[in-house]
Structures are given as C-alpha cells and as structure tokens.
Design a protein around this ligand. Structure first.
Ligand SMILES: O=c1nc[nH]c2c1ncn2[C@H]1C[C@H](O)[C@@H](COP(=O)(O)OP(=O)(O)OP(=O)(O)O)O1
Ligand SMILES: [Mg+2]
Length: 204
C-alpha cells in the first residue's frame, strides 16, 4: 500500500485523521515514525503553514506528506487567535491554558457576539519541492461558551458550541464530529482533488 506521512504532532488530529482516512487505500503514517520534528510555522495563513509543514515532513521523510493547519477564529476578537491558536497563551501552551485565555478575552462579550469558526487547511505534496501541491480548506461555525463542557476531542472543543446539535464539539461522538467538522469537510474536498489528480497516476 502507498505510504504518506501525516505532518502533525497533535495526537487529537492524528486520531481524527486515522478515522477520516480509514476507507482509503493508502497508509497514513504520523511524522513521529520518521523522527520529523515540528516545523516552524512562519506563514501568515492556515494554507501557508499547512504547506510549510507538508514540505518539511516530506523533505525529512522522503515520502509524500499531508499537513493540517487549523485553528479557531473568534469574530469579536477580529479573527484571533486564528493561525496562532496553538500558541495563544504562549509558546508550548496547553489546551487548558489556551481555553482559559480565550474565556478571559471574551469575559465581557455578550452571548449574541460570541460567534466563531474553526478553520482547517490541508496541503499535500508528493515531494518537498512539489510545484503542484493539493490544497484545500474548510470552516465550521459555532459559538464560544462561558465554560467548558465535554470530554471528547481536543483543543478548543469544550468551548465550541455547535448550534445544530445543541452541544459542544467535545460532547459530540467521534463519528459525528468527523462528519461535521472543519477537518471532515476539508478531507471531503481533499478526496475530490485526490481523485481528480491522482486517479490512474503513479505519482504516489
Ligand atoms: O478540531 C479541533 N477542535 C479543537 N481545537 C482545534 C481543532 N482543530 C484545531 N484546533 C486548535 C488546536 C490548536 O490550538 C490549533 C491547531 O494548531 P496547529 O498548529 O494546526 O496544530 P498543532 O500545533 O496542535 O499540531 P501540528 O502543527 O503538529 O499539526 O487549533
Ligand atoms: Mg502547530
């Protein structure tokens, strides 16, 4: 089976991807298997950072690589923390620290102005210098609660209220989150691009 590297060190993402790619005829291996260290995320957009991470993992592993750059954009904060979501409370911040900082930043914001969206950009490269990467992105709308609820998922999930389900994304089953989320929607787009581009090719 063809192997690709999943250019992420985030255990929550890796769990979701293993389910999202379950039916595919490719083997998706985490970058830790190739001793790929985290890349410096110097881009100004999710897409730029996804490309940086994919190229970095492909360069080190010598395999095709797929990266996810994602985060939470809060309307009342002008789109923050955005691409800085993972480092919102500082370099190496934990999910709990980031969530606490978000609640503090929104302490004075009324319920009707707490809209937010999760964004996910995916980038796939066949080689580190691939000039025609596959790139796609998607978003998922929700609202930021005043306290955490739910134990599933990771990151900002306990604060992200999904209106259509009446619960946070940390209260959704793994299956349901993987049908509704920004990451699930981006993988659907990726599948279409993959079929269109890779169908019948020996590039990967
Ligand atoms: O479904 C999600 N549910 C909750 N939180 C989420 C989700 N998706 C992204 N997030 C948050 C987590 C982290 O604060 C940031 C991603 O940052 P991001 O740089 O893409 O990932 P990361 O540094 O954790 O791992 P890596 O870069 O190795 O993939 O957005
Ligand atoms: Mg990161």
């Amino acid at each position: 089976m063809k192997k690709i590297v999943l250019a992420s060190g985030n255990a929550g993402k890796l769990r979701e991807f293993s389910q999202l790619f379950a039916g595919w005829d490719i083997q998706v291996l985490p970058q830790s298997e190739f001793d790929v260290p985290g890349a410096e995320e110097t881009g100004l957009s999710f897409i730029e950072n996804a490309l940086i991470k994919a190229r970095h993992a492909s360069r080190i592993s010598g395999l095709p690589a797929l990266a996810d750059d994602s985060g939470l954009a809060v309307d009342a904060l002008g789109g923050a923390p955005g691409i800085y979501s993972a480092r919102y409370a500082g370099p190496g911040a934990t999910d709990a620290e980031n969530n606490r900082k978000l609640l503090e930043a929104l302490a004075e914001v009324p319920d009707e102005r707490r809209n937010a969206s999760f964004h996910c950009a995916l980038a796939f490269v066949r080689r580190h210098d691939d000039p025609v990467p596959l790139v796609c992105s998607a978003l998922w709308r929700g609202r930021i609660l005043r306290e955490a609820a739910g134990e599933q998922g990771f990151g900002y999930d306990p604060l992200f209220f999904v209106e259509s389900q009446g619960m946070t994304s940390a209260q959704l089953s793994r299956e349901l989150k993987n049908r509704l989320s920004h990451r699930a929607l981006a993988v659907q787009q990726f599948e279409a691009l993959w079929r269109e581009t890779m169908g019948g090719s020996d590039l990967v």
